[in-house]
Structure formats: structure tokens, C-alpha cells
Design a protein around this ligand. Sequence first.
Ligand code: 5GP
Length: 134
Amino acid sequence: MSTIFSKIAAGEIPSYRVAADDRHYAFLDINPVVRGHVLVIPRKEEDYIFNLDEADYTALNLFARRVAKAVEKAIPCKRVAVAVMGMEVPHVHIHLMPINAEGDIRFDRKLSFSPDEMQAIAAAIAKEFDAQAD
Ligand code: 5GP
């Protein structure tokens, strides 16, 4: 069985990609809670984050930290907040959300950006992520 997020990581379903390596993929949430809301996933299919083995769990979190550093450079914010829920999509994903106040995060209030805006946000984060490798 292939999840929608596996198809996104494989490029079979389009996404606003911000970062990737051979084991992970990061892209903009299609219904962002804040500007610059990113999802970080392992390419390997697993439903529940705490069922990942130690190596995969550690690698995912280290990759998410690199993405978060790129997000905080690209999107002005006080902090990048982290959340893991997985109530909607049965494929491990870490939410990264740049915030300035606790009240910025409301999962019952989704924002909407045009395709051009989403592309620009993704490109800004990707540029910062790619700069880390230099
Ligand atoms: P959760 O499973 O953590 O409760 O939430 C899943 C998240 O994935 C939601 O924030 C939702 O907007 C996002 N999402 C669901 N389907 C897609 C999709 O096809 N593309 C993208 N980019 N995000 C999605």
C-alpha cells in the first residue's frame, strides 16, 4: 500500500518541496496553519512516529532540525514550533510552524495562499536549506 505522502515524496503527486535527502522529504502543508508551515516525512512508510526504530526516529528528527533552521531563516519568526499528530494521514509527518506567539497555532483555522505565494515560500526555505550544505 502506498500512502498519499509516499506518492508526494516520489513525485507522483505534486507538492511544494522545500528539502529532501535519500531517506526524507519536506514540503509545504497544503492547508497551512501559518505561513511557512512545513511537513517533514520519512520516505519509509510508517503510520506512528513512536513505532520508528531508534535509528529512523533519530535521523528523521535530525533532518527536521535542519529544515527548521532553514524555515527560521526564510520566514521571520520567534521560533519554529513542532507538532506531531497524524490523525489525518497515516504516514509519519512532523509539522514545523514558524510562530511569533502561542496563539498563532490553531489547527481549526487554515490559511490560504495562492500557488505563486506557495511557490515563493517553498523556494525561500529551499534556498536556505541548500545553503546549509555549502
Ligand atoms: P495530521 O495527520 O497531522 O492530523 O494532519 C495532516 C496534515 O497534512 C494536515 O495539516 C493537512 O493539511 C496536510 N495534508 C493532507 N493532505 C495533503 C496533501 O495532499 N498535500 C499536502 N501538501 N499536505 C496535505
